[in-house]
Design a binder for this molecule. Structure first.
Ligand SMILES: *[C@@H]1O[C@H](CO)[C@@H](O)[C@H](O)[C@H]1NC(C)=O
Ligand SMILES: *[C@@H]1O[C@H](CO)[C@@H](O)[C@H](O)[C@H]1NC(C)=O
Ligand SMILES: *[C@@H]1O[C@H](CO)[C@@H](O)[C@H](O)[C@H]1NC(C)=O
Length: 574
């Protein structure tokens, strides 16, 4: 924006223009002499203030590395032992990621086209997301971003004929998943291609899911029976499900001109803003749909909590930084998280992590979920947007841990979570699995040398289901710091994905990242987020920072890039 300052120096040697200027100048001199001292003083002061403001703006613009998205400041830190093949350019790496996308899409197209997921080991397909082709819808904007226009058109031709108002018999649609994957995917595919049929389909999804809000409080139910045109009653809904539909409905309001979508979703934010919490800014994950109270469950930046916090920041950015409610809520939550949920490894002081709290915000669980690895990216983005430099330092330390979760396994892939010792002889059981008590701290045997070297130990679930969060954070951190170490880390992870998860038809989830048994560890599953997020963030990591710039786009929690609201007033009712 400040570049406009220089426009006034564009004076040409054009004679007539100069002449007008002189007469204007002499007329102003006359007026200046006629003014009384007080007015002159006021004008002089004003002049000095404006000059100072311009000078400081220029200063910030040139000297603050935080204030521009770089990609230009490329420094290779000495402590990164780079692999033999890093002579490859960004362009070559981008092409390798694009080839991976083509491979996954080709397998899907051949064996599962129009179905929800390809099973990449057996080449079967499944329809566990209602049968509307979630992989196809989720992948559209990635295809577009990578310039795979033929494939994009294959997808569009199919999706414009899908009827989202009819579900398979007996299937009830998960509200949140359908919004973040399919509604968002269609909205961005529309914003990129301007094919209005895609907007019509997005609106159809938005409409068939609206009955979710038909509850005593306006807090949505988690599932909708679209055939019956009503929601499935449920006593409770989790924080992320109720609180990660706002950007999508807001974008839908902007594009259709109908403010009702945004208003319904915003109501949830207003209710939770007011709700009683165990600690300011921290929300237990279960919300009672009848009373709108935060009733129970962990406090977590991992599964079921995560994107609620993410969307505070992202709605603030989406609103062109005009809505202070989101800013206040985000800052309150981040301050509380930093105070109560961040710890570090007792063996590696650089290794910070975000654990979970129980519903009272008193008991701490020393478990770092892969899902929580979006936090470094969120903090880095927030540090830039809200001028919180400390958050960037924390982001770097948290991202380091997320990278080590990959780097310190035998395959170079990262598990669902890792565990840390509370103290030398206490921590969670190494057999801790999803669904177990995450606050059951027990006495542990003394640490192995491997654990001392790694800083953490593994739990009962060591699977990698092709998740994106770590790569998402690396991409954002690279764009914000310009430190190419993040690209090296991302490339190393990509190579492990290629090496261990690639099948003849696509890529598959891997059951145990500490095992090098290879194909027998493949679990025959490829979630749509691998195409929507994992490969997209990798591609953008190796693209110029101006490509889908963080100044112009805000990525939804499924990596669908929304153009930031054109005008903050365009959809409010008057
Ligand atoms: C990469 O490794 C190969 C053998 O593994 C070696 O021949 C080659 O010289 C190495 N290249 C560089 C640039 O170090
Ligand atoms: C799956 O498809 C790939 C690519 O067409 C093929 O090479 C492979 O043999 C197939 N696998 C099975 C189990 O049919
Ligand atoms: C861990 O990182 C180092 C430095 O980047 C690298 O040399 C090493 O190969 C990595 N390990 C794995 C398993 O990828």
């Amino acid at each position: 924006m400040s570049s406009k300052i220089t426009i006034s120096s564009e004076t040409s040697d054009d004679q007539p223009l100069l002449a007008t200027k002189q007469t204007l100048g002499s007329r102003m001199k006359v007026r200046w002499r006629r003014m009384d001292n007080c007015t002159r003083a006021t004008f002089s002061l004003l002049f000095v203030i404006i000059c100072a403001a311009i000078a400081s703006r220029i200063f910030i613009e040139f000297f603050s590395p935080l204030d521009h998205w770089p990609g230009s400041r490329v420094t290779i830190p000495p402590d990164v032992d780079r692999d033999n093949d890093t002579t490859q350019s960004d362009e070559e790496r981008r092409d390798a990621v694009k080839a991976a996308m083509k491979h996954a899409w080709e397998g899907y197209r051949q064996y599962a086209f129009g179905d929800d997921e390809l099973q990449p080991v057996t080449n079967r397909s499944n329809n566990k997301w209602g049968g509307w082709g979630v992989t196809l819808v989720d992948a559209l904007d990635t295809l577009y971003i990578m310039g795979l226009h033929k494939e994009f058109n294959q997808g569009v031709t199919h999706v414009v004929n899908v009827d989202f108002s009819k579900a398979k018999d007996g299937y009830t649609t998960p509200f949140f998943e359908m919004i973040i994957r399919s509604l968002a995917g269609l909205l961005t595919a529309y914003e990129m291609s301007l094919d209005r049929r895609l907007l019509a389909k997005a609106q159809q999804i938005g409409d068939v899911l609206l009955p979710a809000f038909d509850t005593p409080t306006g807090i949505p139910y988690p599932r909708v029976d679209v055939n019956a045109k009503k929601a499935v009653h449920s006593d409770r809904v989790c924080l992320a499900e109720a609180g990660t539909v706002q950007l999508e409905y807001w974008k839908l309001s902007e594009l259709t001109g109908n403010p009702a979508y945004h208003e319904m979703a915003q109501r949830v934010v207003d209710i939770l803003d007011e709700a009683e919490k165990p600690y300011p800014g921290l929300y237990p994950i279960w919300i009672d749909t009848k009373s709108a109270k935060l009733v129970s469950g962990q406090i977590t930046f991992g599964g079921q909590g995560d994107s609620w916090y993410e969307y505070m920041l992202k709605q603030y950015i989406f609103s062109r930084r005009s809505n202070d409610q989101y800013r206040r809520m985000y800052e309150e939550s981040i301050d509380a998280m930093k105070e109560k949920m961040v710890q570090r490894s007792i063996y590696d002081p650089q290794m910070y992590y975000v654990g979970d709290l129980d519903s009272t915000a008193k008991k701490f669980s020393p478990k770092y979920q892969h899902l929580t690895c979006f936090v470094p990216g969120m903090l880095a983005l927030g540090s830039k947007v809200l001028d919180r430099p400390d958050d960037l330092e924390l982001a770097k330390n948290l991202a380091y841990t997320c990278f080590q979760m990959y780097n310190l396994t035998a395959t170079g892939l990262g598990p669902e979570y890792v565990l840390f010792r509370d103290s030398k002889d206490k921590g969670l059981s190494p057999s801790n699995k999803d669904g177990d008590d995450d606050f059951a701290i027990i006495k542990l045997a003394s640490s192995s040398n491997t654990e001392k070297k790694s800083g953490f130990y593994f739990g009962g679930n060591r699977g990698y289901i092709l998740r994106p969060e770590t790569l998402e954070s690396l991409m954002i951190l690279y764009r914000i710091t310009g430190d190419s170490m993040y690209k090296e880390w991302g490339w190393q992870i990509f190579k492990s994905i290629e090496k261990w998860t690639k099948t003849r038809s696509a890529y598959s989830a891997y059951k145990d990242v500490t095992s090098t048994k290879g194909s027998s560890e493949l679990s025959d599953s490829m979630e749509s987020f691998f195409l929507a997020e994992t490969l997209k963030y990798l591609y953008l990591l190796f693209s110029p920072a101006g490509y889908y710039s963080l100044d112009e786009y805000v990525f939804n929690t499924e990596a669908h890039p929304f153009k930031i609201l054109q005008s903050s007033h365009s959809i409010t009712r008057h």
